[in-house]
Design a protein around this ligand. Structure first.
Ligand SMILES: Nc1ncnc2c1ncn2[C@@H]1O[C@H](COP(=O)(O)OP(=O)(O)O)[C@@H](O)[C@H]1O
Ligand SMILES: [Mg+2]
Length: 228
């Protein structure tokens, strides 16, 4: 379902030419598989997720997701492909400010164009119910607690039935009780929607609930955290 071959990423920093961050000879994930990606801060975990989502392009190498080779897609094709097939959960939630919980989930459906429009409202309410927010549908994102905002972002990530969910430190901004609840919800939402999950986390307990754990320093021969 996901295959990376010889993926390199360097950042260009003025005065320092190319700074190599990742060199990944091979990485694959199967449909519905759950993988934890661990490694210290600065080792390239977010960079890897951004490349898989097509937000960042690799310096060289190929990334295939479903039937597509990402480097063959234009920016607008990538935007459409991502909206349809990938759900993204961020540490900082990234909800649309000033929009309600419902509106945030509805917007993802409009971009994805997977769900027939006449079903959007009912489905948004149902997704928010699945994450325990049926009493918060019309609250704006700024009126929600951190735990509630992350639950909205889980509903938003799964609403188009994506093949893959990428979660970048999804519990790092939450207190312990909320982190546990959000982790359980994310796990269950991916399972029930048949999505694969690639999750970066410092939380080894959470990583332990995935099918396998990969250390980015073993995956990548130049992971930035290697020396440190
Ligand atoms: N836009 C950028 N320009 C230059 N260097 C960057 C940029 N983004 C990240 N880096 C560097 O790449 C390395 C990996 O960063 P990142 O992927 O954010 O790591 P992690 O998510 O594991 O903390 C770090 O050394 C970071 O400083
Ligand atoms: Mg990161």
């Amino acid at each position: 379902m996901l295959l990376l071959e010889h993926v390199d990423k360097s950042y260009i920093i003025p005065g320092r030419q190319h700074v190599p961050v990742l060199h990944i000879p091979y990485f694959q994930m199967s449909p519905q598989e759950k993988v934890a990606l661990v490694g210290p801060s600065g080792s390239g975990k977010s960079t890897l997720l951004h490349m898989i989502a097509g937000i960042l392009r690799p310096t060289s190498g190929t990334i295939r997701l479903l039937d597509k080779q990402l480097d063959s897609l234009s920016e607008s094709e990538l935007d459409r492909f991502r909206a349809k097939h990938i759900g993204y959960v961020f540490q900082s939630f990234n909800l649309l400010p000033g929009f309600t919980a419902m509106e945030n989930v509805l917007a993802a459906m409009r971009f994805g164009q997977v769900i027939p429009p006449k079903l959007h409202k009912e489905r948004a309410a149902d997704m928010l119910d699945q994450v325990g927010l049926s009493h918060r549908l019309h609250h704006k994102s700024g009126q929600l607690s951190n735990g509630e905002q992350q639950r909205v972002s889980i509903a938003r990530a799964l609403v188009n039935n994506p093949a893959l969910v990428l979660a970048d430190e999804p519990t790092a901004s939450l207190d312990y009780a909320n982190a546990e609840q959000v982790a359980a919800l994310l796990n269950e939402a991916c399972r029930s929607h048949g999505a694969a999950l690639l999750l970066c986390s410092h939380d080894l307990e959470l990583a332990g609930t995935m099918d396998r754990t990969i250390n980015i320093r073993e995956l990548s021969q130049t992971a930035a955290g290697r020396a440190g």
